[in-house]
Ligand binder design. Structure first.
Ligand code: NAD
Length: 494
């Protein structure tokens, strides 16, 4: 099968110089090839988008809202189909894929309220016969560059709001699981979006760099790993663009001795191993305070032994494979490093016993992890959870705050005062209190701090409306005939 770019409302059938392989991670088989864009192809897509943007920016709020509502209905109807595509190319289990689509859909629902969201302000009589008002206008053509781990949801953090604001959009999805992007394009077209307003270019660094340097693109939203986020931010802003670049993560879950340990164990397993640990909000470090580790770990282990590791389409599967063989080998190398560095491997997922060539790794659990170890320092992005033991709340807080990443964090406790102190003192962008994956709802905004975010604008929610529009303030005089007359002074408000 061939996966093509989507430009001007249809699959692009021009010549393709380079192709990438798309695998089914559960079997290890190559299932498709995806076209890789050249700078010329990106330029063509931008031209098409620019032309379409000129009309779309003047589409009424009612028309834009109607397209979003219709798109919402179509995604709802095709949820299963989208989820199956995600499972086939990413590997995550079907129930998780359905959850991903649902979380993306919530942003589409938010974008349906664009008439309220894009309102300006109005001040009557700032001077005699003079009114002043602000409006927010679309930027033109904007681009989104997205990671493999949420091939439907992360693009939906971006394009529904960008489109609803009146922009044209160019999506460069991950080359590892590119098909969901094309289905979204088809559904947007079916929802009534004019051709050329939403386009998909596939590819790798060549496509990304062409986007970052293209003068016809006004803004770039990026989600992915920290080194690439930094590259995207630096290159894009140097080229004069507005850029928001969300990076990688190493999320901690602090468990105080008074926590509800069954809740904490359920949460650690769900957030540590869901999607095989390939979530930017996955918990990868449990910070066990005081004596809590000895009571918590047996509960975590008991739950891990019940997890069913299997192909994502198999009924009852809890955890699917990793996305590629290279990634599986990289995660495996961290398990080896952890053992070599002296952490205690309590559960060893290397013996998962699944036949075939799928990219599986079972759940791995390390105790006695120390901050200087590679399994603590690096983002592993796999089903590997580490436990760091600390003596006090203060030590836990210092550990979290010293980490260069600051995407999400959670605290588990029954002490409201301790939780409140933590939310105040912790230097992380998204905080969960007895909630392991505190992904904000669509009407807040998503973003970390420090090396987890380059730029100052978070994804979706109100911050996205701001990001995808620019402000204009109008000062208007409509004089009452009685007030006419020449005034040679510097304009003053009277
Ligand atoms: P990645 O950084 O490898 O790729 C992201 C995008 O950048 C892809 O579209 C890819 O094609 C492109 N890309 C890759 N290498 C490039 C290069 N050298 N130059 C230019 N572009 C390049 O990330 P990934 O492996 O697809 O996704 C996993 C990473 O994303 C993890 O680090 C995870 O934490 C992070 N992530 C962060 C968030 C967040 O909200 N902060 C959300 C999801 C994923």
């Amino acid at each position: 099968m061939e996966i093509r770019h989507w430009i001007g409302g249809r699959a692009h059938d021009g010549p393709v110089e380079r192709w990438g392989d798309v695998f089914d991670p559960a079997t290890g088989r190559r299932e498709a090839q995806v076209a890789f864009a050249t700078p010329e192809l990106v330029d063509h897509a931008v031209k098409v988008a620019t032309e379409a943007a000129a009309g779309w920016r003047n589409a009424s709020l009612s028309v834009r809202t109607r397209v979003m509502f219709a798109f919402r209905e179509l995604v709802e109807k095709r949820k299963q189909d989208i989820a199956r595509i995600l499972t086939r190319e990413h590997g995550k289990v079907l129930s998780d894929a359905m959850g991903e689509v649902q979380r993306g859909l919530e942003v589409v629902e938010f974008a349906c309220g664009i008439a309220q969201l894009q309102k300006g302000e109005f001040s009557e009589n700032v001077s005699s016969d003079v009114d002043s008002y602000s409006i927010r206008q679309p930027l033109g053509v904007v681009a989104g560059i997205t990671p493999f781990n949420f091939p439907a949801m992360v693009p939906m953090w971006m394009y529904p709001i960008a489109l609803a604001c009146g922009n044209a959009f160019l999506l460069k999805p991950s080359e590892k699981d590119p098909s969901a992007a094309n289905l979204s394009a088809e559904l947007l077209r079916e929802a009534g979006l004019p051709d050329g307003v939403f386009n998909v270019v596939h590819g790798d660094k060549v496509a990304v760099d062409a986007i970052l340097n293209h003068p016809g693109i006004a803004a770039v939203s990026f989600v992915g790993s920290t080194p690439i986020a930094r590259h995207v931010y630096e290159t894009g802003t140097r080229a004069g663009k507005r850029v928001q670049a969300l990076g990688g993560a190493k999320n901690h879950m602090v468990v105080l001795p008074d926590a509800d340990l069954d809740l904490a164990a359920d949460s650690a397993v769900g957030a540590g191993y869901g999607s095989s640990g390939q979530r930017c909000m996955a918990i990868s470090v449990v910070v066990a305070v005081g004596d809590v580790a000895d009571r918590l770990l047996p509960r975590i282990r008991e739950r891990l032994r019940k997890l069913k590791v299997a192909p994502g389409l198999e009924p009852g599967a809890d955890m699917g494979p990793l996305v590629t063989r290279e990634h599986q080998q990289r995660v495996l190398s961290y398990v080896d490093k952890g053992v070599a560095e002296g952490a205690k491997l309590l559960e060893d997922g290397r013996g998962h016993g699944i036949p075939g060539d799928g990219f599986f790794l079972g759940p791995c659990l390390f105790d006695h992890v120390r901050p200087e170890m590679a399994i603590y320092r690096d983002e592993i992005f796999g089903p590997v959870l580490g436990v760091v033991r600390v003596a006090s709340y203060e030590e836990a807080l210092a550990l979290v705050n010293a980490n260069p990443w600051a995407n999400g964090v959670a605290i588990f406790t029954n002490d409201g005062g301790a939780a409140r102190r933590f939310q105040n003192e912790v230097q992380v962008g998204m905080v969960g209190i007895n909630v392991p994956i505190p992904v904000p709802m669509a009407y807040y905004s998503f973003g970390g701090w420090k090396a987890s975010l380059f730029g100052d604008s978070h994804a979706y929610g109100r911050e996205a409306v701001h990001f995808y529009t620019r402000g204009k303030v109008v000062t208007a005089r409509w004089p009452d005939p009685k007030h006419r007359g020449v005034n040679l002074g510097f304009p003053q408000m009277k």
